[in-house]
Design a protein around this ligand. Structure first.
Ligand SMILES: Cc1ncc(COP(=O)(O)O)c(C=O)c1O
Length: 388
């Protein structure tokens, strides 16, 4: 009967997409708002919050996350790509959007047309953006200048600052408005971190060079989530949290207290198999059953972002109890051991990440089982998993 429904809906654009599979990610937008409140209280009323919603809001849905965070008082949003910024604009979001990835050739007109604020660090960025502003007749475009104080990724070295300022003070500079200056910390989440204080000092020196030339950008910003927790003296005018807003951190040691996880992932048991001791489970036969076992078949796999590298280590929650994932996680399906829960039936709720009853599977556990970082777990939950 489902197939008939699918046929009927195929030509009908008004129908919502069909989602019959029981695997989904639950996104708690109230948790995002709560976490923004935690960050705002921590940094104080004079410090703005630029909410980082790149990579589809770390897997939570960029548009929904952005709307919730802006409504709750985030000054603006940060994305990595121009495309991500355009997606926010197309959704009607008018807040400032900082494009962290710079001015990619060919993106200038869109940046100007959509009033996105690019991060710049090269003469070519200035030139291309200024030409686009002139072509469009728009007012000067806001930009933030990025200084590489030690991350060795994006930005210019302090020694290159003078050259770029010469350029900004030239004819092209008139079409740009230097709203902000920023840097990014490389090691803020290391507990033993001698690097961040050095980076912050280099940034302060660069600010000194700007001010010596009469340049005083309104928004100076340095700190990501771990940075804002560990370096309160470096909050400057604005902080740029990402992971903290979603309720997590690189590790619990650098997490703000009171954060609430916004994402949980759930599924339901698709089938129950009774198998004898000695049966071997899944690809590669890595797991041999040591006792007669009841297996729950769960429709989630690595194509959903449930990492295959967790095989042999992962656990899930059923009826508030931890159950082992047996054998290799496959592309679409995982097998779990429900032998100790004899009443469990087909259709039973399975929690892969988050709380069930009194038990909780944290993002830190999943990250440890898969040798990944919490960011990868959250961003990795694939598009195939509907967000509710
Ligand atoms: C430049 C920049 N600022 C801020 C962030 C947010 O970092 P976090 O999620 O650790 O708070 C990122 C994310 O990688 C970033 O690239």
């Amino acid at each position: 009967m489902i197939s008939q429904g699918l046929e009927r809906r195929r030509g009908d654009r008004r129908q919502p997409p069909i989602t019959v599979r029981p695997t989904y990610a639950h996104i708690d937008l109230a948790a995002l708002v709560h976490n923004l409140g935690v960050v705002r209280r921590w940094v104080g009323p004079r410090c703005r919050v630029l909410a980082v919603v790149k990579a589809d809001g770390y897997g939570h849905g960029a548009i929904e996350a952005a709307r919730a965070l802006v409504d709750a008082g985030a000054w603006g949003l940060a994305v990595s790509l121009v495309e991500e910024g355009v997606e926010l604009r197309q959704a009607g979001i008018a807040a400032p959007v900082l494009v962290l990835g710079g001015v990619v050739p060919g993106s200038e007109d869109v940046i100007v047309h959509r009033s996105l604020t690019p991060v710049i660090w090269e003469r070519e960025h200035v030139q291309r953006l200024a030409s686009a502003v002139r072509r469009s007749g728009a007012p000067p475009a806001a930009v933030h200048l990025k200084i590489d104080t030690g991350m060795s990724r994006l930005g210019l070295l302090p020694s290159e600052l003078g050259g770029l300022l010469d350029w900004l003070e030239g004819p092209d500079g008139g079409d740009l408005r230097l709203e902000g200056v920023m840097t990014h910390l490389a090691c803020a989440d290391d507990l033993d971190d001698p690097v961040s204080p050095q980076q912050i000092e280099i940034f302060r020196e660069a600010l000194g060079s700007l001010s010596a030339r009469g340049i005083h950008p309104a928004l100076r910003h340095v700190c990501n989530s771990a940075g804002l927790v560990r370096h309160p003296k470096a909050h400057f005018d604005m902080v740029r949290p990402g992971i903290a807003l979603y309720g997590a951190a690189s590790s619990p040691a650098v997490a703000l207290e009171e954060l609430s996880m916004a994402m949980s992932v759930h599924s339901r048991i698709l089938g129950i198999r009774e198998l004898p001791a000695g049966a071997r489970v899944s690809y590669g036969h890595r797991e041999e059953l040591r006792r007669p076992s009841r297996l729950g078949i769960v429709p989630v796999g690595y194509a959903d972002g449930y990492p295959r590298r967790m095989s042999g280590r992962a656990q899930v929650l059923v009826r508030g109890h931890r159950c082992r994932v047996l054998g290799n996680i496959t592309m679409d399906v995982s097998m779990i051991d429900v032998s100790d829960l004899p009443d469990v039936r087909v259709g039973e709720r399975v929690t892969l990440l988050g709380q069930q009853g009194r038990e909780r599977l944290s993002v830190y556990e999943l990250a440890a089982w898969s040798d990944e970082i919490p960011y990868e777990i959250l961003c990795g939950i694939s598009k195939r998993v509907p967000r509710r």
